[in-house]
Design a protein around this ligand. Sequence first.
Ligand SMILES: [Zn+2]
Length: 139
Amino acid sequence: MTVQQNDIGATWLAKAGLRPTRQRVTLAGLLIGDGQHRHVTAESLFDAAKAQGEAVSLATVYNTLRAFCDVGLMQEVTVDGSKSYFDTNTHDHPHFYWEDEARLTDAPSDQLVISRVPDAPEGAEIASVDVVIRLRRNK
Ligand SMILES: [Zn+2]
């Protein structure tokens, strides 16, 4: 990881008021250091950190991703009710889920039109609407 990636990571953490511990800065650099949005799982970020020689546990990576979500730096996208992806793009947007590769990517927002969603049941309100479009490769 470059010094510049670390700086970008540290700035990102500061924006959210998170203390820039070394591990947080490293993970932040891996997530947004190249200026691109990224969808990761705890496992994929753990592998990326390990490849950089960073001695960090999977539990720490998971907790750090949760902390990033708690302060609004990232959002969690759940697929299949069990697989969690963490997205550096926190704006509302639809996703493609590539079933063959278990990979999540952004879908074009401007092509999505939701004209109506069911009314929330009595005593509840809609907190958010997640759109995940599941894809499989043509045979
Ligand atoms: Zn996304």
